[in-house]
Unconditional design. Structure first.
Lengths: 386, 726
């Protein structure tokens, strides 16, 4: 843990089964008795979340803005946990924090993004970022991010992630203060007199040939190249069996890459329907889009980890990183399972020069530094503070 | 990196077209475009303002964006920097553009190209949304007004019918009628007329559809609305008039005009409703394959002249607007002679060229204010204002003279002719169709007297034309009731006078008409398609007859005439072989006679059947040789066995040196090609002697043997044979 009287950043984790204990342990390590301006809490949905938040509040003090969400696994300097909690805290005169919360209206998700972005409206600091923690099962994550960008514009970078519920895909939660919310967007405007860096990388590559999405609606894909989408995916994976067997426990997450100038805009397909022969993920796949099945071996994914961290840290030059908040995709995690997760943590340590980091595995990542596109999948987004 | 850009247009197209209103279409378009090219900011400039600004945050540098739309390549965005910008037009409207700007680097050519496409896609989407929105507005308005469920139901059905008609690509007139009918309904029984501008400098307005009464629409108001580009309302003594302009792909194409009799209050709602219907028309016209299709609906594409429908519309207008009965309107019906032969021998393309040239000459024969139209095929019509029958006949003769001059088509001189029928009307009540029909009847009568004539309609011609029609019924009955008979005329070998064959000749004794010459009824049988059955009957009957005679005269052959219509019948060869098989007549005993003109008019179609029959042993004779259309090439290409010299060559009682030279040429030609030669129409001993001297092998004619009923033929054959022996 590094202490800076003007700007400080700390992290803490806990795998304790008792929610209050876990919250207290992780928050204690992160806050360390200082006056926190913001506390980020990433916890498994399996916890007793109000109890956990109450324990965090007790450690953070009444003035701290507590924000967070549920995860598909937590990560931090101490490693990766499942069913645990990971906390990052920051404070000091150099930081300004504003929070805005907006419920998502399913017919107009972008309004929630725009409302949450107001958190960054009145920041006067030299360096700014908007951190978004959003409901992961709203079905139209792009619209939330577009809403935020439309309100904020190109002047402020966006980072953040979409909440998960381990692997249930049933209900995810967002935290604001002592409250546990669902279906909400939390925007935290962060101002700093020190530089802020954002890194984005994934480490997947295209598998030829590409396919055209010939029929889709929202996140549901019904046809690829005019053929039932599930049949195509099963055939391309040389798999004989039902959709449930295929997507069993997320091992067969299917990343689809949409062609973009800067590479691919990735969607994760995590489920299918045997009767309908359709497949779906959490973000919409536009009809008419050209998509590639993406593949990634462990090394390529680990290279992506290093790249994302290095990119974020490089923007802090000449200052060293104070700490990092990481939004890592649950799909990357599936690709790194069985030994790969430790390797990813080692890669982050190495790239960050032992600066502390905390974060979560998400259902989608947010990062916009250049261009207008802010929504990502299967990506590691890192927010580095100096 | 061309690939990524082309990949995205479809995706973009889908996203933009999914939008239901202009705002979301613009937002979709700007956001997708910015995301796809990694641009930080984007906006649409339209109607002088900035819309859908994206990525600027709270302060949009509107002046800068407008400058980009006007061509400025850089855009300064506060707190972001100086961005490379590009404007992509939404359509033809100057200054309307989809603007995107990027910090990183200028846009590459392929990115610009894709963005241009995106601009066009957005422009299209916005235009169609406007139309749909207008329609929705219209529906909502009307629903508010409609008091009874029945009215509401009818309105919704009308709009749905129009919409369905457009999407199902129903014929354009049907859709247009639905629009005027629907608008008339909506406006409570107004007279609604759709006027469309024709091509050409004067842009004459034509009524494309009208509903709700026979009031002539005020053309001045329509023109004013078209000039101003927006709907106009004007009140006069009759009531209120509304005119709403119709555009096709942005171009002013016409006007929808409503006349509300007895309505005096100024009502902008009605004006907006009519404007919305006008947009429906615009949509339908744009969809109906644009302006071309509209023109095609009224004009003949080959000649550019008005078609039959437009001609009748104009005629209707002229007849209705005639001030007094003293200034008559004339219609000329022009039919080309020998056009079919040109079309068949030189091909349809040459035929079309010829029609276009004819159209030009016809236009030159009339005043600018008169109308020339192509009714179809080789038929034209002329509408002459204020022309009594004498003037009209003179113009008809001018037309005949103009068409008689040679045309140059496909590198050769073409000679055709024209027959003209004239009909003049002084009666206001006469229908345009009737007047045209009378001219047609007169033309038919003129043609009957020989090509190149002009005749004015007389009531008796109508009776003749009716007779022509009734002849068809009589022919059908004749076939059914066995009124046809065959006569036979022997073919004689001139060297020894021996009969070698018999030509079957059809005769019709009608119980009501008496004897009808084949010259009169065969063309009608051909016209109505009865010739196939009549020809087959003649073949079957004569084959049975000749087979019977061959028991006594084993070498006797049969000559049967075949019509071109039979020749092109797909089962012709089969039908011939079937007839011979039933009769038990060997195919080698049968010679089919075809006229030259038939062989020329269907050279390819008939060829296959003739070769097939020739392969089975049937022989082929060219009837009336020397009168046809000139080409001798078919003698080489077709399996011909016999030439029959037309009677015209030996018609004179005493053959002149010139006649003899012609006949000698044909005989020598036949000898070179190894063909039999038959001279027709030998009527005296001198002719017979001359033909013998020339080496003509066979002959027919009254001097040798008249056509005879079947019962008398054996006796004649016997006598001729004895004469030979003697």
């Amino acid at each position: 843990m590094q202490i800076n009287p003007h700007r400080w950043f700390g992290v803490g984790q806990s795998g304790a089964p008792d929610s209050a204990k876990a919250g207290a342990e992780a928050a204690h390590a992160a806050v360390g008795g200082r006056t926190a301006k913001a506390v980020f809490v990433f916890a498994s949905a399996s916890h007793d979340l109000p109890a956990l938040l109450a324990a965090v509040r007790a450690e953070a003090g009444p003035a701290a803005e507590i924000v967070g969400c549920t995860t598909m696994g937590e990560l931090g300097s101490a490693g990766v946990t499942d069913g645990g909690v990971s906390v990052a805290a920051l404070g000091g005169d150099g930081f300004t924090v504003r929070v805005k919360v907006a419920p998502i209206n399913p017919s107009d998700p972008r309004a929630a993004g725009a409302a949450a972005a107001e958190a960054a409206h009145h920041l006067q600091d030299e360096h700014q970022a908007l951190i978004l923690l959003c409901e992961g099962l709203s079905g139209r994550p792009h619209e939330i991010v577009r809403g935020a960008y439309s309100a904020l514009g190109a002047t402020v970078p966006l980072v953040g992630g979409f909440s998960a519920d381990d692997r249930q895909f049933k209900q995810t939660f967002q935290f604001y203060g002592d409250e546990v919310l669902s279906g909400a967007v939390i925007g935290l405007g962060l101002g700093s007199d020190g530089p802020i860096g954002v890194g984005v990388a994934h480490g997947w590559r295209r598998t030829e040939p590409p396919m055209v999405v010939t029929r889709s609606h929202g996140p549901h894909i019904y046809q690829l190249d005019g053929e039932p989408a599930l049949d195509v995916l099963l055939r391309r994976n040389d798999f004989d069996g039902s959709a449930e067997e295929f997507f069993d426990r997320g091992r067969q997450l299917q990343p689809l890459g949409l062609s973009r100038r800067s590479g691919e805009d990735i969607r994760v397909i995590h489920a299918g329907d045997d009767a309908e022969r359709s497949v779906w993920g959490t973000a919409d796949v536009p009809q008419g889009a050209l998509v590639w099945l993406m593949e990634g071996d462990r090394q390529a994914l680990l290279d992506g980890t290093t790249q994302s961290c290095a990119e974020a840290v490089a923007q802090l030059e000449p200052l060293p990183p104070l700490g990092v908040i990481a939004f890592d995709c649950g799909g990357r995690r599936a690709g790194l399972i069985e030994g790969g997760l430790d390797a990813e943590m080692r890669a982050m340590h190495a790239a960050l020069g032992d600066a502390p980091y905390a974060g979560l595995y998400t259902l989608g990542e947010i990062a916009r530094v250049r261009g207008a596109l802010g929504m990502h999948h299967l990506t590691l987004v890192t927010l580095a503070l100096a | 990196m061309l690939a990524w850009s082309t990949h995205q247009l479809t995706e973009y197209f889908t996203a933009v077209n999914a939008a239901e209103d202009e705002t979301s279409a613009i937002a979709n378009a700007v956001e997708r475009a910015a995301e796809m090219v990694d641009a930080e900011v984007g906006a649409v400039v339209r109607e002088g303002g900035v819309h859908g600004a994206y990525g600027f945050g709270r302060v949009v540098p509107e002046a800068g964006v407008l400058e980009v739309a006007a061509g400025q390549p850089m855009l300064v965005v506060p707190n972001v920097g100086e961005l490379h910008a590009v404007a992509n037009p939404l359509g033809d409207q100057a200054g309307e553009a989809l603007v995107v700007a990027r910090l990183a680097e200028p846009f590459a050519p392929e990115e610009r190209q894709m963005l241009q496409g995106m601009g066009q896609v957005l422009g299209l989407a916005l235009r169609s949304i406007r139309v749909l929105a207008a329609e929705r507005h219209l529906r909502a308005e009307k629903e508010r007004q409609a008091t009874s469920a029945q009215t509401r139901q009818r309105l919704v059905e009308t709009l749905l019918t129009i919409q369905r008609g457009i999407s199902a690509r129903r014929p354009l007139p049907e859709i247009l009628d639905a629009v005027t009918g629907g608008a008339a309904d909506l406006l409570g029984g107004a007279t609604v007329t759709l006027l469309l501008a024709e091509g050409g400098q004067e842009r004459r307005l034509t009524i494309a559809s009208t509903s709700g009464g026979g009031v002539t629409p005020p053309e001045g108001l329509a023109r004013a609305a078209m000039a101003g580009g927006s709907a106009l309302v004007r009140a006069d003594a009759r009531g209120q008039m509304i005119a709403a302009p119709v555009r096709v792909t942005g171009e002013m194409a016409g006007c929808l005009v409503a006349l509300l009799c007895g309505v005096t209050d100024e009502n902008t709602e009605r004006r907006d409703q009519l404007a919305a219907f006008a947009q429906q028309v615009s949509l339908a016209l744009t969809d109906a394959r644009t302006v071309e299709a509209v023109r095609e609906a009224h004009h003949d594409p080959v000649t550019g002249l008005p078609n039959r429908a437009l001609f009748l519309t104009i005629l209707h207008r002229v007849l209705a607007s005639r001030a007094t009965e003293e200034d008559p309107t004339s219609v000329l019906f022009v039919d080309l002679d020998r056009f079919k032969a040109v079309n068949d021998s030189l091909g349809h393309e040459a035929g079309d060229q010829l029609l276009a040239l004819v159209a030009r000459r016809l236009r030159g024969c009339v005043r600018a204010s008169d109308t020339i139209a192509r009714l179809g095929g080789d038929e034209f019509a002329a509408l002459l204002h204020d022309s009594p029958v004498e003037t009209a006949t003179l113009i008809g003769e001018r037309i005949v003279a103009a068409v008689k001059e040679p045309f140059r088509v496909a590198g050769r001189e073409i000679f055709i002719g024209a027959s003209v029928g004239v009909a003049v009307s002084r009666e206001a009540a006469l229908k345009p169709e009737e007047l045209l029909h009378n001219a047609d009847v007169a033309m038919y009568r003129a043609k009957k007297d020989g090509p190149g004539r002009v005749l004015a309609y007389q009531p008796y011609m109508h009776a003749e034309a009716l007779d022509h029609l009734s002849l068809r019924g009589d022919l059908q009955r004749a076939l059914r009731d066995g009124e046809f008979r065959l006569q036979y005329q022997p073919l004689i070998r001139l060297a020894d006078g021996k009969p070698v064959g018999a030509e079957a000749l059809i005769r019709w004794y009608s119980p009501t008409r008496g004897f009808v010459s084949p010259v009169d009824f065969i063309p009608i049988a051909e016209e109505f398609g009865l010739i196939i059955d009549i020809g087959q009957w003649a073949l079957e009957t004569s084959a049975v007859q000749v087979a019977r005679w061959r028991r006594d005269f084993p070498d006797l052959g049969l000559n049967v005439n075949v019509s071109g219509h039979q020749l092109v019948h797909p089962r012709f060869a089969d039908n011939v072989m079937k007839a011979l098989a039933i009769a038990g007549l060997p195919s080698s005993a049968v010679t089919l006679e075809l006229t030259e003109s038939v062989l020329m008019s269907e050279p390819d179609l008939g060829k296959a059947a003739l070769h097939q029959l020739r392969g089975l042993g049937v022989q082929l004779s060219i009837d009336d040789f020397g009168t046809g259309y000139s080409s001798l090439a078919y003698l080489r290409e077709l399996p011909v066995d016999e030439l029959k010299i037309d009677r015209a060559f030996i018609a004179r009682a005493e053959l002149t040196g010139e006649d003899l030279a012609l006949v000698r040429t044909i005989v020598e030609l036949a000898q070179i090609l190894g063909l039999r030669v038959v001279a027709e129409g030998i009527e005296n001993a001198a002719q017979l002697a001359a033909l013998r001297r020339l080496g003509c092998g066979y002959g027919q004619g009254y001097h040798l043997c008249r056509p005879t009923d079947a019962a008398e033929v054996p006796a004649k054959l016997l006598r001729a044979s004895i004469a030979v022996l003697g």
